[in-house]
Design a protein around this ligand. Structure first.
Ligand code: ADP
Ligand code: NA
Length: 327
């Protein structure tokens, strides 16, 4: 196999939204033929901040697998698996914890930022500090070479490289490759209220929303606040709906902006056009998901097959590590 190995994952912390699709999933679907892919539903990572919310975890993992498949990930092209099915990742995390200097973890920017934002001090755990190390293990255990990430994750990939190199150096070996970050082209998608679309803000459109739900969400989007009557001239540059037209309705965006500025199209009409466009994108995903939800055994098979494939390569990595570390 001459294809390079690509590895990425998401925490099963809730339903996927259009931001997740645009910022990650759509990109994965595009890359799956070009690379040997591993996509992990990282449930151990979900526990770092939500270690008490365990009841729904199984359901969320199933739901995430359905969303990924519905969006077009093909299990013939990529291994889709649940992180905690690969115990070798936990073993590698433990072994790496012996050789990683504490300062490497303490200086990770996302750790420093989040620490300041933390209200509950009980979340500042050993596992929270070790989050990027666990991520490094996800990547290194399956010999990941290309890691699609957003800008904020780049330091994590650097850390991954450093820990792999440190291992190779300490044990005079070549077990781990140098993974590189592949920056996701798409920018951050704003939510219905113009802040970043996020499941924590309730400002999102679900990736598998029904047509009615899409219309209802689009109706709630913030437009130019100075535009009172529908024939007032509007300013598209301050309008969330226009921002979406530019992303999801590129062909008609210019036309929509001109009509808005001239006051010949009202906000409601403009929203209707957008909702129809989003429905064209979401409808096939929505329908595919309904099929998958009705076929839980198929989805479970996909996760089991993905785990089997991943475990085989993880074991190869761990056998070398165990031998070199004498355990
Ligand atoms: P995490 O799993 O790290 O908690 P999220 O669940 O917020 O991250 O997002 C999962 C993926 O979707 C990440 O790759 C993230 O960069 C991407 N993503 C999330 N929200 C947006 C957004 N509004 N625009 C673009 N990409 C996003
Ligand atoms: Na592939």
């Amino acid at each position: 196999d001459v294809k390079k190995t690509l590895m990425s994952g998401m925490r099963p912390t809730g339903e996927l939204h259009l931001g997740n699709y645009l910022g990650a999933l759509e990109n994965w679907v595009k890359l799956q033929n070009e690379y040997n892919c591993f996509f992990s539903i990282v449930d151990w990572h979900a526990l770092t901040t939500a270690y008490k919310e365990v009841e729904q975890l199984d359901m969320r993992i199933f739901d995430m697998a359905c969303d990924w498949l519905a969006a077009g990930l093909d299990p013939k092209q990529c291994a889709i698996f649940r992180q905690s099915d690969i115990k070798e990742i936990a073993e590698l995390h433990l072994l790496f914890s012996m050789i990683i200097p504490l300062s490497w973890l303490e200086r990770v920017p996302t750790y420093k930022d989040q620490l300041q934002q933390l209200k509950e001090k009980e979340i500042n755990t050993y596992g929270f500090l070790g989050y990027p190390l666990l991520q490094a293990c996800d990547i290194l255990v399956c010999q990941g070479e290309v890691i699609p990430v957003g800008e904020d994750q780049v330091p994590h990939i650097e850390l991954t490289r450093e820990i792999g190199r440190r291992f190779n150096h300490l044990y005079n070996s070549e077990v781990f490759k140098d993974p590189i970050a592949k920056l996701t082209e798409n920018k951050v998608l704003p939510g219905l209220d113009n802040r970043k679309m996020s499941k924590s803000y309730q400002n999102y459109i679900r990736l598998t929303a029904s047509p009615d739900e899409i219309m209802q969400k689009v109706r709630s989007m913030v437009t130019d606040p100075e535009r009172i009557r529908k024939d007032d001239p509007g300013n598209p540059e301050v309008c969330s709906v226009y921002a979406y037209h530019k992303i999801f309705n590129t062909d008609q965006a210019q036309e929509v902006a001109t009509a808005c500025k001239a006051g010949t199209i009202g906000c409601m009409q403009c929203k209707k056009i957008l909702a129809e466009k989003l429905t064209l994108l979401i409808q096939p995903i929505y329908e595919k998901k309904q099929e998958l939800v009705a076929n839980p055994d198929y989805v479970k098979d996909v996760l089991n097959d993905g785990a089997k494939k991943t475990r085989a390569i993880a074991l190869q990595s761990l056998e070398k590590v165990r031998e070199l570390m004498g355990v």
